[in-house]
Design a protein around this ligand. Structure first.
Ligand code: SF4
Length: 110
């Protein structure tokens, strides 16, 4: 699995994606049951509210080899302050439209 990770720009100051990287490495939580090697292709933010840049950034990671786009838990679950992204459904749908059905989408990390 080759993962492109998209995270919330607003939480960059609170979290350097340590746990997202750890759960991929340990194959737990969102990555539980993945038998193949997990390679992190890249990490990028949504570009800031309302997250439109997540679409082109996800597409760029696919061009660079990602077969999976993971939306970090700071986006979908609001980690670490309990404040999920209000634009997550729109962002996810737009990414799916852009990258196509053959790219797996994971909508949390931990
Ligand atoms: S659009 Fe969502 S994920 Fe992006 S900075 Fe704003 S709250 Fe965070």
């Amino acid at each position: 699995m080759k993962v492109g990770l998209i995270r919330c720009l607003q939480t960059e100051d609170m979290c350097p994606a340590t746990t997202c990287i750890k759960v991929m490495d340990k194959k737990v939580l969102a990555f539980k049951g993945i038998e193949e090697d997990i390679v992190l292709i890249g990490v990028n933010t949504c570009g800031g509210c309302p997250g439109k840049k997540a679409v082109s950034r996800a597409a760029e990671m696919v061009r660079r080899g990602a077969d999976t786009i993971a939306l970090a838990s700071c986006i979908t679950r609001g980690n670490p302050i309990g404040f999920p992204c209000p634009h997550v459904e729109q962002m996810k749908a737009a990414i799916e439209r852009e990258v196509g059905q053959e790219i797996r989408m994971i909508d949390y990390t931990h």
